[in-house]
Structures are given as structure tokens and as C-alpha cells.
Design a protein around this ligand. Structure first.
Ligand code: AMP
Ligand code: ZN
Length: 113
């Protein structure tokens, strides 16, 4: 989609620090890391947020979580990691292309809000 930052990263028009790529998804380092490891995992297809998901996306989302589990092993996230996806204004979503934050490398507050 035109004017979408993460679609531009998928196309290569905007550079990223890629850590994983396959036909369906891409993982790259967050430009403003909030933890020692902060990776974003995104579908290559433009989907605005979790709110736009439907049955047709079930295999894709399952695949993304399998990729996250493999990445966690590859990146050595032995002490655990957190997966977050912000959807909409109240959640603080700033990029309108579905993405899963993978955060690790320090103890995190157990509270979600
Ligand atoms: P959210 O606020 O949940 O929509 O997350 C968007 C994330 O994208 C933020 O953590 C940003 O730091 C990150 N981000 C924005 N631009 C870039 C970029 N060019 N490369 C990598 N990460 C980015
Ligand atoms: Zn997009």
C-alpha cells in the first residue's frame, strides 16, 4: 500500500535491520528499541491492525507466531520475551500496518497498562 511505512520496508524502499524474512512475513529491529532486544514481526501483506483480522488470516497469524518462536530461539531469548500488538488510538498504535513487537533482554513490569 502506498504511503505505508512498513509496506515501504517490505518493498525495500526504506531500509531496515532485517533479522528474518520469508514469503509471508518480515522481522526487523525496531528503530527506537524499548528493550535490549526489540524486533517487529510483520505480515508482508498490508493489514491495518489486529482489528482487521478475519478467518482468511488465520494461517498467516499462526505462521507469524511460529516464526516468533523460532526467532526467540535464534536470538537466544532464554529468559523469556513479550509479544505486543497495539491496535488503534487508545493502544498507542503509531504505524497502521499490523506488527508484533517482540521485546526481551530485561525484566519487564508484569502489569499490561
Ligand atoms: P506502534 O507504536 O505499536 O504502532 O509501533 C510502531 C513501532 O515502529 C515503534 O516502536 C517505532 O519505534 C517503530 N518504527 C517506526 N519507524 C520505524 C522504522 N523505520 N524502522 C523500524 N522501526 C520503526
Ligand atoms: Zn502497509
Amino acid at each position: 500500500m502506498e504511503d505505508c511505512l512498513f509496506c515501504s520496508i517490505v518493498s525495500g524502499a526504506i531500509p531496515s535491520k532485517k533479522v528474518y524474512e520469508d514469503d509471508l512475513c518480515l522481522a526487523f529491529r525496531d528503530i527506537n528499541p524499548l528493550a535490549p532486544t526489540h524486533v517487529l514481526v510483520i505480515p508482508k501483506e498490508h493489514i491495518a491492525s489486529c482489528a482487521e483480522l478475519s478467518e482468511e488470516h488465520e494461517a498467516l497469524i499462526g505462521h507469524i507466531f511460529t516464526v516468533i518462536a523460532k526467532l526467540a530461539k535464534e536470538l537466544g531469548l532464554k529468559n523469556g520475551f513479550r509479544v505486543v500488538s497495539n491496535s488503534g488510538v487508545d493502544a498507542g498504535q503509531t504505524v497502521g500496518h499490523l506488527h508484533f513487537h517482540v521485546l526481551a533482554g530485561k525484566p519487564m513490569n508484569a502489569k499490561m497498562v
